[in-house]
Design a protein. Structure first.
Ligand code: NAP
Length: 488
């Protein structure tokens, strides 16, 4: 299984840090240590708090390679000498050098000290991922042929680049010792799923976005094996999504194997190919890919086709199948907010829908069946018109001219992204007065109270945000993802 390596920028309290991170190994970046610390490196400083020696990587990275060696005038000769003297102490598991700058004297010192050599290609621009996979594979193989562990650490800036990394992992499946690491939001999958990428370990820092606590507690990183079922959320952006917390929490509570990870994406086709390589079998889809995801699927449930937008993809024998759990999640949350059990309560009621995107379509399709009177307002009039033509109802734009259409609204459903963080100061319908409305349901859940909800509450109108809908649609997904799954 892939291991967790804690990068140390200081040796102060190293034992405690290693223990709290539950790290399997450590990397000492000597270039980041103070002068005093550089003098005082000893085997004792690299033991966990309970006295166990931790396997450690020695690295001294130059400024040209993204490190700090040279910022205080340190020379290459001094770096080589420091490598040699530290290696002579004999307590390093590995020494890490740039592939393009690997001094022979350090390689010889490592051999003498029985220390393995890692030869790294660090690329913070990600340009290397635009090369053909076979060239990258040949490079990794030539490093391996030198008897070293090849390490590729590069910034991933698109779904295509993550796909290249996944294809490379597949091409190098038989290479037992390697490190393939994608940095940045698009590379997250290569870190959490290091085991599936065939990487010996991943690097983490206590103050990093993917810190040891998150990796161990949220993603159960150290339990991921080749056979662990993997599910994912895709969209752009997804950094603040609550879905990984919900799904991983449910997996843990149900005692089921599996891990649910975020994969930022800008290309659904490339993303699905990556999922196939990694064996991902269930996918939650969010903004802006709900319509594109339907186009890329092999089959779709009839409701998803009618809505024209999907939020759930399941990988079966015959490819990817699209579903929409937003529609049911929305209706369940709406009835709960209205404190009624049956959807026919809505028969004849006037319902204002703000927005005509994917989420609005899911809401409108489940509302249309209830016999309610729909008013659909959207920034782009044509989309409101198209929707109203399919489900019935009147339509207009978000401008004050639509005010007469909104009179006597009994239930308002806000489905645009206006008012969502970070632009939480905006209101999609500032001219509308909600007085007399029974419920304003804003499907945004971040922030917990939007401007529209705040002014509706001030007008004594009941309000509800989108959190319950999120949980309900996710619970339906969870059932589909884990169908047939066996408890641990
Ligand atoms: P979408 O398909 O991209 O649709 C976006 C909608 O917002 C469209 O109606 C769009 O109008 C409108 N819009 C965007 N920017 C606007 C602006 N500046 N001014 C006026 N209107 C604007 O996205 P979606 O999937 O429907 O999601 C929309 C929102 O619902 C997001 O905030 C999402 O997080 C939330 N959501 C919540 C849940 C939940 O479970 N609670 C589920 C799904 C979605 P145009 O047609 O004119 O572009």
């Amino acid at each position: 299984m892939s291991r967790l390596c804690l990068s140390l920028e200081s040796l102060k309290g190293a034992g405690r840090k290693l223990e709290s991170a539950a790290a399997d190994l450590a990397e000492v970046r000597v270039d980041l240590l103070s002068c005093e610390e550089r003098q005082a490196i000893s085997p004792e400083s690299l033991k966990s708090a309970d006295g166990k020696a931790i396997p450690t990587i020695l690295a001294i990275r130059r400024t040209e390679d993204g490190g700090h060696w040279g910022t205080d005038g340190e020379t290459e000769t001094e770096r080589v000498e420091l490598f040699q003297s530290l290696l002579a102490s004999g307590h390093w598991g590995w020494v890490d050098m740039e592939y393009h700058r690997r001094p022979q004297r350090v390689i010889e010192a490592a051999a003498k000290a029985d220390t393995k050599v890692i030869l790294s290609i660090n690329d913070s621009s990600g340009a290397s991922l635009n090369q053909p996979v076979r060239e990258l594979a040949a490079l990794m193989q030539s490093i391996h042929a030198e008897g070293a562990i090849p390490k590729l650490a590069l910034r991933c800036e698109s779904s295509r680049q993550l796909l290249t990394l996944a294809r490379l992992a597949l091409a190098l499946e038989d290479m037992p010792e390697k490190l393939l690491i994608g940095l940045g939001e698009y590379g997250t999958a290569s870190v959490i799923l290091a085991e599936k990428f065939g990487s010996l370990w991943i690097y983490t820092a206590l103050n990093g976005k993917l810190n040891p606590q998150k990796l161990n507690e949220l993603y159960r990183f150290q339990e991921i094996s080749q056979s662990t079922p993997i599910y994912a959320l895709t969209g752009n952006p997804i950094t603040h999504s609550r879905s990984p917390g919900l799904h991983n929490g449910w997996l843990r509570t149900a005692g089921l194997p599996g891990c649910y990870i975020p994969i930022q994406s800008d290309d659904v086709g490339a993303l699905l190919e990556t999922c196939d390589i990694l064996g991902i079998t269930g996918l939650s889809v969010t903004v802006p890919h709900k319509e594109a995801a339907l186009r890329h699927c092999d089959t779709a449930e009839p409701l998803a086709r009618r809505i024209g937008a999907v939020n759930t993809l399941i990988r079966g024998e015959e490819g990817w199948r699209a579903h929409n759990t937003d529609a049911r999640g929305f209706m369940e949350a709406l009835l709960e907010a209205l404190e009624v059990n049956r959807a026919d309560y809505l028969n004849g009621k006037k319902v204002l829908i703000i927005g005509a995107g994917g989420a609005a379509k899911a809401a409108v399709y489940s509302l249309a069946k209830t016999g309610c009177r729909l008013v659909i307002l959207n920034r782009t009039l044509e989309k409101a018109e198209a929707m109203a033509k399919v489900v019935g109802g009147v339509y207009g734009t978000l401008s004050p001219e639509s005010e007469p259409l909104c009179r006597d609204t009994e239930i308002a459903v806000q489905t645009t992204s206006v008012g969502m963080a970070p632009n939480s100061g905006s209101d999609p319908l500032p001219w509308w007065n909600p007085v007399g409305c029974r419920l304003v349901f804003d499907i945004i859940y971040n922030p917990a109270e939007t401007v529209l909800m705040r002014r509706s509450s001030a007008a004594r109108v009941k309000t509800v945000n989108g959190y319950t809908m999120l949980v309900k649609q996710a619970a339906l997904q969870f059932k589909m993802f884990t169908k047939g799954s066996r408890r641990l």
